[in-house]
Design a protein around this ligand. Sequence first.
Ligand code: ZN
Ligand code: FE
Length: 260
Amino acid sequence: MLHAASGVEIVTIPCLSDNYAYLVHLPGQDAAILIDAPEAAPVEAVLDERGWSLRLILITHHHNDHVAGVARLRERFGCAVCGPAAEEAKLPPLDQRLSGGDGFGDGAGRIEVIAVPGHTLGHVAYHFPEARAVFTADSLMAGGCGRIFEGTTAQMWDSLSRLAALPPETMVFSGHEYTASNLRFALSLDPQNAALISRDEAVAEARRNGRPTVPASVAEELATNPFLRAGTPALRAAVNLPDAAEADVFGEIRARKDRF
Ligand code: ZN
Ligand code: FE
């Protein structure tokens, strides 16, 4: 998709069985930026077709389905590889070690690193403020969130809250095509939510046509994603926690999703 105001083009690349990699192309450049590398071949195919080179790979977290293609792409393009300092020992060699709060580049290429621990302890998201895009991998996902493998529910709640506070028009590019099953779970808790019902219909239609269901805007996630709606009366009632802290309501929703 092309963000007209910044001239930034983002190409969604299906990889493996349900992963997405993303190429970010800045106006006037012949080399793109890749967010995560589940495998090399589908990324190379898009680069070759567009006539782009690769100058930078940004890694979100250490799981193999996000990094397995890094070595081959680095070898072919000689690109820089950046990723979370906190996961350096589990990542391919890094040219630059990143932490939440770091920022680099300018204009349309401005990139801000947001710490989003929970799924893994060092997970980061990459926010391109000018392009109104954030790459969240397995933290905030379309209609859901990643499983909490390494962190605590409180950490994941804080991480999601940071992403939810981005400008509402920001498009959220997450790491997997899980939306249809995420929305089935969401509807089980929030069946009267009109925005959720219509999103579920649109997602079913997209999948019938083989189209990705990502990205979605922060505003759409706030209206439909049960994990971001932990503080609302509807979700509190659904899990019988009318007076609990939001993080605890979130924890109960996450636990139910794990069993769903
Ligand atoms: Zn993961
Ligand atoms: Fe993943």
